[in-house]
Design a protein around this ligand. Sequence first.
Ligand code: NDP
Length: 248
Amino acid sequence: MKEFKGKTVIVTGGSRGIGRACCLEFAKSGANVVFTYSKSKEAAGTLEKELLSLEAECLSIQADICNYNQCRNVIEKTVEKFQKIDVLVNNAGIVKDKALVMMTLDDWKQVTDTNLGGTFNMTRATITTLLKQKSGCIVNISSVSGLVGLARQTNYSASKAGIIGFSKSLAKEVAAYNIRVNVICPGYIKTDMVNSLKDKVKDEIIKSIPVNRLGEPKEVAQLCVFLASDKAGYISGDVVKIDGGLAI
Ligand code: NDP
């Protein structure tokens, strides 16, 4: 029996990278998968086909996580199709790296509105359903940058550190309702976000990682599935690094 059979999982930013890998891993575990994307309609269509070939029921929805009404629409459509929500993975995120001295208010707002604001919007839109169900699990994707801070990422580090505080506070608030909230802090993972860096920069990054390689999206996805599973039933409010030792 597949562990997530009959369970409904929502993944934000499922069209690419870590979110895409999460959708596939949850589908392999038997889940019904709802995923959102922002612009990548074609990639979303391809993923939908892959999910169907794994015999997963799925629903893809174009929604900007910065827009609360669009997030509510995601939740309404999910409940309409699957009647409940078991897992929310707040994965969608962006970077706009710059030294603070060059950073515009717009750079700051776009990153914090998407990463932290989007996590608030999706979680706020979902929480009433989870409270009524008296069950559910939330996995928020932060970053090592939110733990140790990285130069040229004041906007990103602040948004990712904010996700950690948000998650710990919420974990305390909803524990009595059988709802768990945890955070994953990936290091450098092989996705468009890292692939877009110059080769020279990537080589320097790899040298700084104790295990001497970038992480695979699938490795993060497998951790996400574990944290959302009953095997992690006693883990809540935790922050788990998956970074090849980068933040040691
Ligand atoms: P990618 O850039 O590969 O994918 C980002 C995803 O987020 C896409 O599906 C994108 O949709 C979606 N997205 C972006 N903005 C919005 C928005 N406003 N509304 C809805 N969806 C949106 O990112 P990664 O897979 O690399 O990163 C996933 C998460 O992991 C992020 O939160 C990131 O900060 C975090 N992370 C990544 C690390 C890495 O090394 N890759 C390291 C640490 C943390 P679309 O395809 O339509 O643009």
